[in-house]
Design a protein around this ligand. Structure first.
Ligand code: NAD
Length: 284
C-alpha cells in the first residue's frame, strides 16, 4: 500500500510550530532519540527550527544523515548534531549524553525511538518482548537518569523530558503485548520524573493514534495476516475505525507537541499526557 493515506507529506517549515521562548537558544541542547526516522526525525527538525541545538541519536547512521539534510532543506534556525548509538547498550546510553553535553547545556530529552512486533501472547518471542522494553522503557529511564543532573546543573533548573507513548499506553489491542506493556510503563516513568522534578524539571508523555511512519507501514502486512483481513481493512478498520478524525497524523504534527511541551506554554504540563488521538479513546 503506497497511497497518501499512509505516506507522509514532505515536511516543510510551514508545518512546524515555532514559539518564542527564552530557553530556545543555541546554547541549550535537546536530545532526541529515534532521530533518524519518522516522529524522531520530525521532532529533531522541529526543535532545531525553534533555535535549539539538537543532539539527534539513532542506531541508523544513514537515517541521521537524512535528518540533517531535512533540517538544512527546511532552513532551521538552530542545528541538528548527530550521535550514533544503540539504546540497548548501557555504554552507548552514557556516551550519548556525554557527547550531547559537548554541544551545549542539556535541558531537554525526547524519548521517541521505538519498534513494533506483532504476535499473540502464546507465540510472542521473549527476546522480542525484552527488546521492545529495552528500547522503549529501559532506555528512556537510563537516559533520564543521565540527563537529570545536567538539567539540575543549569542556572535555573528549567528543562523537560518528553516521552513518546501511544493510544496503546491507554488501551490494549491484540498481538502487541511487548509494545503495549512498554507504553503503559513509559506513562508511569513520566509521572515518576514529574514527582521528583520539583516543577522546574517537568515531564510529559505524548499519546497519538496512528502516524504516517515506517513503524506503521511495516506492521500492516503482519496485522493483515494475523487477523485474516486485507491491508486496506487494517488501515480503515483496525487503525482508524475507532477514531473520529479518520486520517493518520503527520510526523510534524506529533513533533509540534514536543515543542509545545518543552516550551514555557507547557509550564503546567507535568506528569500528564498529550492525548492527540482524533477522538479514538474518548468516543465509540
Ligand atoms: P520509526 O520506525 O519511523 O522510527 C523509529 C526509530 O527508532 C528508527 O529510526 C530506529 O532506527 C530507532 N531505533 C529502534 N531501535 C533502536 C535502538 N536499539 N537504538 C537506537 N535507535 C533505535 O517509527 P515512529 O513511528 O517514528 O516511532 C517513533 C515512536 O513513536 C515510537 O516510540 C513509537 O512507538 C511511537 N508511536 C508511533 C506511532 C505511529 O503511528 N507511528 C503512534 C504512537 C506512538
Amino acid at each position: 500500500m503506497t497511497d497518501d493515506s499512509i505516506e507522509p507529506a514532505e515536511l516543510t517549515a510551514d508545518d512546524l510550530l515555532v514559539v518564542e521562548d527564552d530557553h530556545f537558544t543555541a546554547e541549550n541542547v535537546a536530545i532526541v532519540t529515534g532521530g533518524g526516522s519518522g516522529i524522531g526525525r520530525a521532532t529533531a527538525v522541529a526543535l532545531a527550527a525553534n533555535g535549539l541545538t539538537v543532539a539527534a541519536t539513532d542506531i541508523d547512521e544513514d537515517g541521521l544523515a537524512g535528518t540533517v539534510e531535512k533540517a538544512e532543506d527546511v532552513g532551521v534556525a538552530g542545528t541538528v548534531e548527530t550521535v550514533v548509538g544503540d539504546l540497548t547498550d548501557d555504554d552507548d546510553l552514557e556516551r550519548i549524553v556525554e557527547e550531547a553535553a559537548e554541544f551545549g547545556q542539556i535541558r531537554y530529552l525526547a524519548n521517541i525511538a521505538g519498534l513494533q512486533h506483532i504476535d499473540p501472547i502464546d507465540e510472542f518471542p521473549v527476546e522480542q518482548f525484552d527488546l521492545l522494553h529495552s528500547v522503549m522503557l529501559r532506555a528512556p529511564f537510563v537516559l533520564s537518569k543521565h540527563v537529570i543532573p545536567h538539567v539540575e546543573a543549569t542556572d535555573d533548573g528549567v528543562g523537560a523530558i518528553g516521552n513518546m507513548a501511544s493510544i496503546h499506553g491507554h488501551i490494549a489491542t491484540q498481538d502487541k503485548v511487548g509494545y503495549i506493556s512498554s507504553k503503559f510503563g513509559i506513562r508511569g516513568l513520566t509521572k515518576c520524573i514529574a514527582a521528583e522534578g520539583d516543577g522546574t524539571l517537568r515531564s510529559f508523555s505524548v499519546s497519538t493514534g496512528y502516524v504516517k511512519t515506517p513503524l506503521v507501514t511495516n506492521q500492516i502486512p503482519d496485522t493483515a495476516e494475523e487477523r485474516g483481513i486485507s491491508e486496506r481493512e487494517v488501515v480503515e478498520d483496525v487503525m482508524l475505525g475507532d477514531a473520529k478524525v479518520t486520517e493518520m497524523m503527520e510526523p510534524a504534527e506529533v513533533a509540534n507537541l514536543f515543542t509545545l511541551g518543552f516550551s514555557k506554554h507547557g509550564r503546567h504540563l507535568d506528569g500528564g499526557d498529550l492525548t492527540w488521538d482524533g477522538g479514538h479513546l474518548s468516543t465509540y
